[in-house]
Ligand binder design. Structure first.
Ligand code: TPP
Length: 379
């Protein structure tokens, strides 16, 4: 395996001390190193991270861009129309989720096959990062020569390439100076699974549940797999857009979208579209634990943002801060009674159900099942 600290220090010696990215569990230890030892700018989405890295280069930094291969698609716009056009080089590390033969989740299958092809199609030089420490050091020395010639260079990173690095305790994100007008009692915050159980219990039969990427979908599946559930295993940040399309196409059904805070942030612009069309049969819930829990617990920007006001300012006719599960149940009932596009925000505590499994049913089977269910007459 690569000795992560020595590897990071070697990158630093070559001048790479500025990182930007969105987490992937395969890159967790390199990210921890960067958070501990360098400048690390978290991205709400991978396009933002690539652009931040480009900006840092303009400021004289040699920058590193990190992402999961699923997020390479988000970064393809700046990589092709910013880095390439302006000849701004970046050193990239992209995880190889979905590598053939390692047994990964269905949402990674296609990207696992085409990650290299995508990089090649974008005319980016790349190679697989060796998990052998000495070889990896030689690879970055070679990559640096391309960066010096203003050419981007990417490494595709396989599972278990980096040795573990613990994250040091420090204040990563300055909190805003404005006072938050809501009282939060961390010890009383509900867990994600508690909230999901309540939603499932309190929704009507004619309500579809759309759950965001990562633990939200996986825990909803564990709470009780159901034909009215849709687990959005990939396309992070787009659950509410899928909900918008479904709610508009099927005004005779109700749709509840359950987002995580990082997913909400990833495509936040889409809120304005949800609000513009404002289907009354759409309820948008964000469960905010302030972290990317599904990829190892890295911070998000949510502690510094006011989602309730953001949704309201985007045009949602109702946008509410909830203090606990009971308020959530009340508001779901209220929305069922008098539907209007509603945004509900609830702080949750970090924590995952013990021995959390993954849906055994395939995404396309979930879709077929849901479409069949939507074809049923339920009064
Ligand atoms: C485009 C894209 N980038 C990155 C990922 C990897 N990823 C999966 S879940 C996740 C974190 C989600 O965080 P949040 O929405 O806050 O939910 P939590 O995990 O805390 O429940 C990330 C970064 C992904 N699936 N897709």
């Amino acid at each position: 395996m690569i000795q992560t600290v020595q590897f990071g220090n070697a990158l630093k010696k070559l001048g790479f001390d500025f990182y930007s990215g969105v987490p992937c569990s395969f890159l967790k230890d390199l990210i921890n190193y960067a958070l501990n030892e360098c400048d690390f700018v978290m991205g709400a989405n991978e396009g933002q991270s690539a652009a931040v890295a480009a900006g840092a280069y303009l400021g004289g930094k040699k920058s590193v861009f990190l992402c999961q291969n699923s997020g390479l698609t988000n970064a393809s716009s700046p990589l092709t129309s910013l880095n390439s056009v302006f000849q701004i080089p970046v050193l990239g590390f992209v995880s190889l989720r979905g590598e053939e033969g390692i047994g990964d989740e269905p949402q990674h299958e296609l990207m696992g096959k085409i990650t290299g092809e995508m990089l090649s199609a974008m005319k980016i030089k790349w190679e697989i990062l060796s998990a052998d420490h000495e070889t990896a050091l030689k690879q970055i020395t070679n990559a640096n020569q391309w960066i010096e010639k203003k050419e981007s260079y990417f490494f595709v990173v396989k599972k278990n390439s980096f040795e573990s690095v613990p994250l040091l305790e420090k204040e990563y994100h300055p909190t805003r100076e404005r006072k938050i007008s809501f009282k939060v009692h961390p010890e009383t915050l509900p867990s994600r699974i508690d909230v999901l159980e309540s939603i499932v219990k309190n929704k009507t039969q004619k309500t579809v549940l759309i759950a965001s990427t990562g633990f939200t979908g996986r825990e909803l599946y564990e709470t009780g797999d159901n034909e009215s559930n849709l687990y959005i295993v990939g396309s992070m940040g787009l659950a509410s857009s899928i909900g918008l399309g479904l709610a508009l196409a099927r005004p005779d059904w109700k749709v509840i979208v359950i987002d995580g805070d990082a997913a909400f942030l990833m495509h936040m612009g889409s809120l304005t579209g949800n609000a513009y069309y404002r289907p009354k049969n759409l309820l948008h819930i964000v469960l905010d634990n302030h972290i990317h829990e599904s990829t190892g617990g890295q911070f998000t920007f949510s502690s510094n943002a006011d989602f309730v006001r953001i949704a309201s300012a985007s045009g949602y006719p109702a946008s509410l801060y909830l203090h606990d599960n009971e308020e959530m149940i009340e508001e779901i009932r209220q929305w069922e009674k008098e539907p209007k596009l509603t945004f509900l925000y609830l702080r949750i505590r970090p924590g995952v159900k013990d021995n959390l499994g993954r849906p055994k049913i395939k995404p396309f089977e979930v879709k077929e099942r849901l479409m069949k269910f939507l074809g049923k007459k339920i009064e």
